[in-house]
Design a protein around this ligand. Structure first.
Ligand code: 0GY
Length: 296
């Protein structure tokens, strides 16, 4: 394992305070924790080796940005060892839930234990630069054995969406698509990538998406005009299926680290009414991750 000086840092030390004020109860529905490595070592198969980005830093950012809750998605650098994610959830005083990465042969008892610890979904990652291989057979089996009301988060790039469609159609629980399947937003809202993604959303009523990561999808940089022009129509047309997240600590973004305050300031451009903002940041993520609190 390399030393700390070789481990990459991909997040901003002092993000600006956003001008946009999120509504009460807002959920950052896509973020991660890294380590701390001394307690939770990275996977031997990790494709990047980050500096520690633990729960204290995550929760300080949550408060700084004006959010109330986090959904912590197991990052690929921790493989299927979910302890760092579970530790962060346990430290959140009920204000975080999580998405795990599991071996397909995980037992029902182990899944139930993850549920007890705040996990509400599992993630299938098809990015070759992040994982060696993602054989699909076992995945359908584990997806069919998930606890009630869980979902599957899927991360893929636009160029494999057509090939993935039969597999996605066979997953027997709701789907959440990370970063909208990484469309080329420079194509605009009616370009082939967005059209293909809309076709996926139209194929099932239970596919959600994260309207997230302008920094990954729009290399022109802040204020991410192409992202806004491509994503705002999607949020408007599928208002009950959109989620939003910071993606902190921005794995692999060390060459172009986004300012989290600037990311939050994109929200009113992709969700320009109070009603849309409330669905994007509160109602939708609460239905998926804290359904027992909805309507109370
Ligand atoms: C993201 C995106 C990336 C990384 C991971 O699990 C991960 O390592 O998700 C990426 O490099 O595109 O959503 O955090």
């Amino acid at each position: 394992m390399k030393g700390e000086h070789n481990r990459v840092k991909s997040w901003h030390d002092a993000p600006t305070k956003p001008r946009f004020v999120p509504p009460r109860g807002a959920v950052d529905a896509h973020c991660h924790v890294f380590g701390p490595m001394a307690h939770f070592p990275f996977s031997a198969k990790a494709k990047y080796l980050p500096q520690d980005a633990g729960p204290e830093d995550l929760f300080a950012l949550r408060d700084h940005l004006g959010f109330a809750r986090n959904v912590i998605v197991q990052a690929s650098c921790h493989g299927t060892d979910n302890r760092a994610t579970l530790d962060a959830i346990a430290r959140s005083e009920g204000r975080a839930r999580g998405v795990a990465v599991v071996d397909p042969d995980i037992s029902g008892a182990e899944l139930a234990a993850l549920h007890e610890q705040g996990v509400r979904g599992i993630r299938f990652n098809f990015l070759k630069r992040l994982v060696d291989d993602t054989p699909k057979d076992g995945l359908l089996d584990v997806a069919s054995r998930l606890p009630a009301d869980w979902h599957v988060v899927v991360y893929f790039e636009a160029d494999i969406l057509a090939d993935l469609r039969p597999f996605l159609a066979a997953i027997p629980v709701p789907l959440v698509i990370d970063h909208m399947g990484r469309p080329d937003v420079a194509q605009g809202p009616d370009g082939p990538d967005m059209r293909a993604f809309r076709s996926l959303l139209d194929s099932r009523g239970d596919i959600w998406f994260k309207a997230s990561c302008p920094d990954r999808l729009d290399p022109a940089g802040a204020p991410w005009h192409d992202f806004v022009r491509s994503v705002a129509p999607l949020v408007a047309d599928y208002p009950d299926r959109a989620l939003w997240g910071t993606d902190w600590p921005h794995p692999n973004m060390q060459a172009a680290i986004p300012d989290d305050g600037a990311l939050v300031d994109v929200i009113p451009y992709i969700a320009p009414t109070e009603a849309l903002i409330r669905r994007l940041l509160v109602d939708n993520p609460m239905r998926l991750y804290w359904p027992e609190l909805v309507g109370r």
